[in-house]
Design a binder for this molecule. Structure first.
Ligand SMILES: Cc1cc2nc3c(=O)[nH]c(=O)nc-3n(C[C@H](O)[C@H](O)[C@H](O)COP(=O)(O)O)c2cc1C
Length: 342
């Protein structure tokens, strides 16, 4: 049973107005991860439902011409909205891409029926502002097998597969994925149109922008991992970023490598992938496990297809992830609710 959609006896309606409910839900949803922190969404609401819209003005035209990463980002915001509604005691009824004539209408989420949230839902809700994308290596301790099984199961509830390469025999596959990430990262750095677009979403220190990836979100000296998963060059040669820890080892663990995949590759699958992504990220965060995201090779059709054919059993890769424990905490930024709620 999927607790986020669970049918059960209703409760007396609360006293919050639709406007208050929408503000609460959008206030949570804007914390979702998004590619380069573009926050490519806006929300509207009426008496009993919230609509999630993709904001094509915030789409990465060079890196993401199909809008795949934009829809994954919106899917992550959609899942966050579902968790916020559950925390209020509403059972969200979701319709993904409900109107073929409006491809930017990502979802409608109706609320009505009430069921008290269970502890697990409250726990995920508490992680929404706490979760952060990690950029670098992890502590060497292995992650519990039970957590890895739970992460897979969470993704499956959103019709998305999460393959985790935790066993020793998966080492070569993890090394192969690292090599493709590295190839993708080099290719992006060599492509001036892509590098310029990335730089536009990476403001420097002291910026008052409430979007993009700030220097407080990545290390000034890229950390080497084994196998090596290079991070994006958000500092683009300026040396920005937070300083290294005093006890920094020269090479850190890459953590448990994961691939989020779907069996079909349409807009709805990207929205599902985004929901699954945020679902596993929140669960991991609730267990003090952070995640690093690598979409560099997935923005290059040849490399994405290489992963699909050789490394993901022909399923469509939607995200490369790494999970692990770390004491570092990146600091990100968000636009205020008023900017996102129409
Ligand atoms: C579709 C998608 C692709 C992403 N790709 C990367 C990536 O390649 N490298 C990276 O460091 N972070 C990546 N991220 C994470 C975003 O940069 C991050 O969510 C955003 O900066 C907001 O920061 P936060 O997650 O810490 O709140 C990606 C996120 C999404 C949703």
């Amino acid at each position: 049973m999927d607790i986020f959609q669970a049918p059960s006896p209703g409760l007396p309606a609360g006293s919050a107005t639709p406007d208050e409910i929408a503000r609460f839900v959008v206030g949570a949803a804007v914390h979702a991860p998004s590619v380069h922190n573009t926050q490519p969404w806006w929300f509207s609401h009426d008496e009993y439902q919230i609509s999630v819209h993709a904001d094509s003005g915030r789409q990465l035209r060079v890196a993401d011409p199909s809008g795949r990463e934009m829809m994954i980002s919106c899917g992550a915001a959609l899942f966050t909205a579902r968790v916020a509604l559950r925390n209020l005691g509403f059972v969200p009824k979701v319709r993904v891409l409900p109107d073929p004539a409006l491809p930017s209408l990502v979802a409608r989420v109706a609320w009505g029926e009430r069921v008290p949230p269970v502890d697990y839902e409250k726990q995920l809700f508490a992680e929404i502002p706490r979760r952060r994308t990690h950029r670098g290596g992890f502590d060497p301790a292995p992650l519990p097998a039970a957590l890895l099984a739970d992460l897979r199961a969470e993704a499956a509830r959103e019709q998305v597969m999460l393959s985790l390469l935790a066993e020793a025999e998966d080492g070569q596959r993890a090394a192969a994925i690292a090599a493709v990430v590295e190839a993708g990262d080099y290719a992006l750095r060599l492509d001036s149109a892509r590098a310029e677009e990335e730089a536009r979403w990476a403001p420097g220190p002291g910026s008052h922008r409430r979007d993009g990836v700030p220097p407080t979100a990545y290390p000034a000296q890229p950390e080497r991992t084994e196998p090596n998963f290079p991070g994006r060059d958000f500092a683009h040669g300026h040396g920005w970023g937070f300083p290294p820890r005093a006890d920094e080892p020269p090479v850190r663990s890459a953590g448990v490598v994961g691939l989020l995949t779907t069996s079909v590759d349409h807009s709805a699958d990207w929205v599902h992938a985004g929901q699954a992504l945020q679902r596993v990220l929140l669960l991991a965060s609730s267990c003090n496990v952070a995640a690093a995201l690598h979409s560099q090779p997935l923005e290059l059709p040849l490399l994405r297809d290489f992963i699909r054919v050789h490394l993901s059993g022909r399923a469509y890769p939607q995200m490369v992830l790494r999970f692990g424990a770390t004491s570092e905490m990146a600091v990100s930024v968000r636009r205020p609710v008023e900017d996102a709620l129409v």
